[in-house]
Design a protein around this ligand. Structure first.
Ligand code: HEC
Ligand code: HEC
Length: 263
């Protein structure tokens, strides 16, 4: 009996030792520069280099995952793609970036740094405004997560905001679909609530269900659908690759329900 207990204790010790050892080695594997990149990725002040008067409150994590979403998805629907695979891309999809600026702009992150973290208008964006060492740190982090994810091909879905007329036509179609408000509430939570909080309460984005009921509910819902496809000043568009027409119709039905419930 005693022998058995001793053996058991020994095993426990071994396990504790083993787990702490593997835990340690996991964190130790992340290079110093990549660790800095990780901190920047989660920080709306971007290590203090974002002008506090311009800060939107967004961090890179507001719109991008730092893991392979198809394999380890957390269910959230983000406007940007996962940064896994960025370091394997040959060119950026932002037209503001020349091919020779790809590294210096941290694989395209320089556009987001200015537009989304600081609200600088698209036309005035300087894609190489990220301080050089911070751009390198981001790339080191992208490289780290890419090698961990062991994906062969870089995944990349193209960002495709619709023009005003296209977005109107898309909204026409969406409003004709039968939506399911229960499904819509779940989808709202995964794709809108990160920025619009509760639909009736202010977040970073606007209050989608206003305290005063809209004079024309159909027009209001139509605007919500077209805005989602077109995007706005700070709000990136969410295309059919992120939310299908039916998904968006469900969200619209949910917003219709809670707007009508207010009356
Ligand atoms: C408000 C949302 C938003 C924020 C905040 C944001 N991004 Fe983006 N980002 C996008 C969208 C949308 C795209 C275009 C689709 C894509 O390639 O992911 C994009 C593209 C990118 C790309 C790929 C560019 C390309 O051409 O392939 C990188 C890299 C990137 N972002 C990194 C970052 C980093 C780093 C931060 C933080 C400094 C950040 N983003 C903040 C929305 C955002
Ligand atoms: C990354 C943050 C973000 C996400 C995610 C987001 N929004 Fe927005 N949204 C904003 C911001 C910020 C504004 C304010 C105007 C602007 O900058 O575009 C806005 C504005 C809007 C507007 C126009 C203002 C108004 O109230 O008429 C609509 C409509 C809208 N969002 C709908 C949605 C819907 C529906 C979703 C989910 C499918 C969504 N948004 C997801 C950030 C976001």
């Amino acid at each position: 009996m005693l022998l058995f207990r001793m053996f058991f204790r020994f095993q426990l010790l071994l396990q504790v030792f083993f787990f702490s050892f593997t835990g340690l080695s996991l964190t130790e594997e992340m290079p110093e520069l990549a660790r800095l990149g990780r901190q920047l990725f989660y920080d709306p002040s971007f290590g203090g280099s974002v002008d506090p008067k311009k800060a939107t409150g967004f961090s890179c994590t507001t719109c991008h995952a730092d893991f392979n979403e198809s394999e380890y998805g957390d269910g959230l629907i983000r406007s940007g793609n996962s940064i896994v695979g960025v370091t394997r891309r040959q060119k950026s999809q932002w037209k503001e970036i020349q091919p020779n600026q790809l590294l210096r702009s941290a694989g395209g992150a320089g556009v987001c740094y200015q537009r989304f973290l600081q609200g600088i208008p698209a036309k005035k964006v300087n894609p190489i405004a990220i301080p050089e060492q911070k751009a390198e740190a981001l790339m080191a982090y992208f490289d780290y997560v890419t090698s961990k994810a062991q994906v062969g091909e870089a995944e990349q879905a193209y960002y495709n905001p619709l023009s005003r007329t296209e977005a109107q036509a898309a909204a026409d179609k969406i409003l004709k679909l039968d939506g399911d408000a229960d499904k819509g509430w779940k989808l709202y939570g995964k794709s809108c609530a990160g920025c619009h909080s509760g639909p009736k309460k202010r977040g970073i984005g606007t209050q989608l269900v206003r305290s005063r009921p809209p004079s024309n509910l159909e027009a209001r819902l139509h605007k919500i659908a077209s805005y989602t496809r077109q995007g706005g000043y700070l709000m990136p568009a969410l295309g059919t690759g992120k939310l299908s027409d039916q998904d968006l119709a469900n969200i619209i039905e949910f917003l219709r329900d809670i707007t009508e419930a207010k009356k």
